[in-house]
Design a protein around this ligand. Structure first.
Ligand code: ADP
Ligand code: MG
Length: 291
């Protein structure tokens, strides 16, 4: 049967918008030694904006934006939505739909538009990693924490877009508050190493795993479990469902995907990272009472 202290933690949590899906999760959270965070939408606000555009000399920027926006209009990825919004701000709307669209989760999209085949996404997806693709510009942009979207047409590298997401106001203060609890913080992301380190630094995160595919995030969780014991993961479920499932405690944010909200052990309904601190405090208090 459920202990009074556990029940009290669960009901206190509920009042604060923290949903513990069972007493066991209150108990386990207090013992966690490492927390892995998804980057986009978890440590950041998840609403990136296009800040820079570099195109190959023979390409008209507006024509490029048209093609890219028409293709990204078919995707629900946060980067895709940002690119479509950027085009709309420039009056580029009502574009014909692309053909032969193929979106590869964690990589990007490929499609035919206006009789041209386009690839949009990660560098390794769009061309070989050693292609010189606005290398000097992207080096600077990634150090600023911006995400680069690479674009190629049938003639090869065509353009790069830089997108800036903002870090949640509560990210760095939360890590600093939890520092004396001796918890190790890790960021998991499909983004580039350099972008990831810039954001980790600003968010006061100890360690990063960048360039991650969903299976790499899962692997990292298992490594953390070996090294630290009990590991929690906070994410929105957008292609991190396997990693969330592998964590000892999975935590979803209120604005996450339905799958994440359904399958996670704890839900932070307020979509505010500060709730994580409150959840940890509740679980530690309960464990002190029980022991
Ligand atoms: P994260 O782990 O940060 O949430 P994802 O796994 O969703 O990132 O995506 C990893 C990378 O793949 C992105 O940084 C981007 O370069 C590329 N990508 C994925 N989908 C798209 C898309 N629809 N348009 C452009 N780039 C994309
Ligand atoms: Mg994601």
């Amino acid at each position: 049967s459920i202990m009074p202290a556990t029940l009290s933690a669960i009901s206190n949590g509920a009042r604060k918008g923290i949903l513990f899906k069972g007493g066991i999760h209150v108990e386990k959270l207090a013992n966690m030694k490492a927390i892995a965070f998804d980057k986009t939408g978890t440590l950041t606000n998840g609403t990136p904006e296009v800040t820079d555009v570099f195109t190959r000399k023979d390409i008209d920027t507006n024509a490029l934006i048209e093609a890219v926006a028409a293709i990204e209009n078919q995707s629900t990825h946060p980067l895709a939505e940002a690119i479509v919004a950027y085009a709309e701000d420039r009056g580029i709307t009502n574009l014909p739909s692309p053909e032969k669209l193929n979106e590869q989760s964690g990589f990007g999209v490929e499609a035919v538009w206006n009789q041209q085949t386009w690839r949009i996404g990660k560098k390794s997806f769009v061309c070989t990693d050693n292609t010189d693709f606005f290398a000097e510009e992207t080096a600077v942009l990634t150090q600023e924490g911006k995400t680069i979207v690479y674009i190629a047409d049938e003639h090869g590298p065509a353009a790069v877009l830089a997108l800036q997401d903002t870090i949640r106001d509560e990210s760095a203060p939360l890590m600093k508050q939890l520092k004396n609890a001796h918890i190790h913080f890790v960021m998991l992301t499909g983004d580039h190493e350099s972008t990831a380190s810039a954001i980790a630094k600003e968010a006061a995160i100890d360690d990063i795993a960048a360039n991650c595919l969903p299976e790499d995030k899962l692997k990292k969780i298992n490594e953390l479990k070996e090294k630290y014991g009990h590991v929690a993961m906070v994410g929105d479920g957008m292609n991190d469902a396997p990693a969330l499932a592998a964590a000892d405690t999975s935590i979803a944010m209120g604005a996450g995907t339905d799958v994440a909200l359904e399958t996670s052990d704890i839900v932070l309904m307020k979509d505010d990272l500060q709730s994580l601190k409150q959840a940890i405090t509740l679980s530690k208090r309960m464990n002190r009472i029980v022991r």
